[in-house]
Design a binder for this molecule. Structure first.
Ligand code: WT7
Length: 656
């Protein structure tokens, strides 16, 4: 099975209508209804969002201005006061949902736990009081480095309760990566666990935090709060480290929500970009709350009786928006699972669907491809008839995987919701609505109401239907990122000036290539910058290159993506060595491990190729295009005459 190619998706003509009975009961029931909503939002985005903000959220104080747009800086619901945890928790306690399951957690070695809204509220309030006790107050940043346990969500909500922006670092990142993020955010406290379970293994987390903090590595951090999960043997530093369960045991459950300004920062989440270190994407309170609420409600056609399961990790934006904030704001039952697809337990996902009667299931193409490989017998041996809506996110889905998902998992009965969005957008931007949008395998279909998506060339000129171009968004939306933490200039350059504004009209540049067909359907072609997408995880090639060159044996490194059947893309690194070192297999292994230590296992190069020299232009720039060709075993495309040394390519080709 391969990734979608232009040829394969140009040939893709199949169209699947929403199931009639689903449409009849859906919030948005027909294409006409979607189009009417879209037109209404397009004509007056501010009125559209203001009406929903009024109807769907509770505010302590109403806003005075819906949108203050000083390009590229947006403020939504200016002057409004709210607390997202009030919308996610307190307001449900006033209804029958008080005793409804808010979180269902399925842990790895057979553990499970259900927290009702009342129980979750209580634990969040207690944790919030613990944070206060440890000196955290409104505006202080808190690092969260956790496995997939309920305390990860509780920690996020506890921060939001008191107005302390969280910065969650995915539990698979290394100590070095943790250190960089804690320093950039100047976090005052870190919440972690002794360890977590990842694919049948207990992995350490606290030890990585210790390493990050060693030798005054992150001087802003004053305290570490540790959840007990794996019973790993860890060291607790007196005065600095505290057990979560000990402090929670005596903490009061009374913690009124801090009234937050709509534009107060809710969280920072780091993501990879083209250049330099990962950037801290800043999201604020009101607009993010509204947008994740609405997209979760409409795109999943969420019902109060549903069990909803998003398989992402809370360390990514998908976990933030669609495990924690979006579902809880809607009063939904959100399932959290600590496991991952693996050969040692090939039916584990379908056991969870069967056990809890999951109705909405949201995962990534890379997981779908792994399920295909594990074999149809596993889903077929389970009762999956509870499923109603199936979602996918993270990378373009190849039509074969889409059809398999629809047939084998959905039994041909469930709409496939292919959601295109990014850490920066906060929520779904292009997505079908299950009762309204006919789907085409491989297309994220059409933009969400209020999202003015377009396809342009590099000068910002619109391109014709079916001509490829760059994906842009023309009007601010409530959950757009507000800035790069501490770097407004980088925010402006990366997202708003790449395509020059015309007549003061700024457009948001997403960094994806796209084609729009004659029906207005968007077909995402993947990144157009030096970002690669490995198993739905975003990695900057330059980050991996810096990791490699920090090894004493490496003189130069160039990293490119190469197509991979399972992961979508894999990391392929071309490396030239210092004269003191010679190429051998042990060194390859060592360099791969070095990248794991510097960034994390997700960045481990699938392949390292040693080279005498790298292809460069006369001005010394590495020509990655050629390396991409070489890595994927293609012919070198394009003109090599600008190259400084023609023999380099020939050698690389022979060496491969
Ligand atoms: C990049 C954003 C948003 C949560 C997961 C990743 C790619 C995302 C799709 C999709 C094709 C997709 C894009 C995008 N992407 N969803 N449905 N179809 N590509 O978030 O780490 O911020 O990465 O993921 O290239 O720019 P992220």
């Amino acid at each position: 099975m391969s990734q979608p190619t232009i040829e394969s998706i140009l040939q893709e003509q199949r169209l699947f209508s929403p199931p009639t009975d689903l449409a009849a009961q859906a919030e948005i029931k027909s294409l006409a209804e979607y189009e009417q909503l879209y037109a209404q939002a397009e004509a007056d985005p501010q009125a559209f969002w203001a009406e929903l903000a009024e109807k769907e959220l509770e505010w302590f104080e109403k806003w005075d201005t819906v949108l203050d747009w000083q390009p590229p800086f947006a403020k939504w619901f200016v002057g409004g006061k709210l607390n997202i945890t009030y919308n996610c928790l307190d307001r449900h306690l006033k209804t029958w949902r008080r005793n409804k399951a808010a979180l269902i957690w399925e842990g790895e070695p057979g553990d499970s736990r259900t927290l009702t809204y009342a129980q979750l509220h209580r634990e969040v309030c207690q944790a919030a009081n613990v944070l206060k006790q440890l000196g955290v107050s409104k505006g202080d940043r808190v690092g969260i480095y956790m496995p997939m346990v309920p305390e990860a969500a509780i920690a996020m909500l506890a921060c939001a309760r008191i107005g302390a922006p969280h910065t969650v670092v995915f539990g698979g990142f290394s100590a070095e990566a943790v250190k960089d993020r804690l320093n950039d955010a100047e976090a005052k406290l870190v919440i972690t666990a002794d360890g977590g379970f990842r694919k049948d293994k207990a992995v350490p987390l606290k030890a990585a935090v210790d390493q990050a903090l060693a030798n005054n590595g992150a001087p802003s951090v004053q305290n570490v709060l540790v959840v007990q999960r794996t019973q790993a043997d860890i060291t607790m530093e007196n005065g600095r480290d505290h057990w979560w369960h000990e402090l929670i045991a005596t903490a009061s459950a009374d913690c009124p929500p801090e009234p937050m300004d709509s534009e107060d920062m809710l969280f920072i989440l780091y993501t990879s970009g083209t250049t330099g270190r990962p950037k801290g994407v800043v999201h604020t309170t009101g607009g993010y709350n509204l947008y994740t609420h609405m997209t979760c409600k409409w795109a999943f056609d969420l019902k109060d009786t549903d069990v909803y399961w998003c398989t992402a990790d809370v360390g990514w934006i998908t976990g933030h928006s669609y495990i924690v904030y979006g579902p809880l704001s809607n009063g939904a039952t959100s399932l959290m699972y600590e496991g991952a697809p693996r050969t040692s337990n090939p039916g584990c996902f379908w056991d969870v669907v069967e056990k809890y009667g999951v109705n909405i299931f949201y995962t990534a193409p890379t997981a779908i491809r792994a399920f295909i490989k594990l074999g149809n017998q596993h889903p077929q041996a389970r009762d999956l008839s509870s499923l109603r809506v199936l979602g996918t996110v993270g990378e373009p889905i190849n039509p074969e995987a889409w059809i398999w998902y629809q047939q084998v998992i959905g039994g041909g009965q469930c709409p496939i919701i292919d959601t295109w969005w990014q850490t920066e957008t906060g929520g779904f931007m292009i997505t079908p609505l299950p009762g309204a949008t006919p789907t085409k395998p491989g297309s994220a279909t059409r933009p969400f109401p209020g999202i003015l998506a377009d396809v342009v060339d590099l000068d910002g000129n619109p391109v014709a239907d079916n001509d490829g171009g760059y994906l842009v968004i023309r009007h601010p939306w409530p959950s757009m990122m507000r800035t790069v933490y501490g770097d407004d200039d980088r925010f402006r350059r990366t997202y708003w000036e790449h395509i020059p504004p015309k007549d003061g009209n700024y457009v948001y540049f997403a960094g994806d290539g796209v084609r729009r067909d004659e029906d207005g359907y968007f077909w995402i072609m993947g990144r157009v910058d030096d970002v690669i997408n490995v198993s739905g995880h975003r990695l900057g090639t330059m980050e991996i290159e810096s990791a490699l060159v920090s090894h004493p044996a490496v003189a130069e490194a160039a990293v490119v993506g190469r197509p991979d059947d399972l992961k979508g893309e894999d990391v392929c690194a071309f490396v030239t060595l210092e004269h003191t070192h010679s190429p051998n297999d042990d060194l390859k292994t060592e360099l791969k491990q070095h990248v794991v230590n510097e960034i994390g296992a997700i960045a481990r190069p699938g392949e390292i190729r040693f080279a005498d020299a790298l292809p460069k232009t006369r001005s010394g720039k590495i020509i990655r295009r050629f390396l991409r060709n070489l890595a994927s075993g293609e012919d070198i495309a394009g003109d090599a005459s600008t190259m400084e040394d023609q023999s380099v390519l020939e050698k690389l080709r022979q060496g491969s």
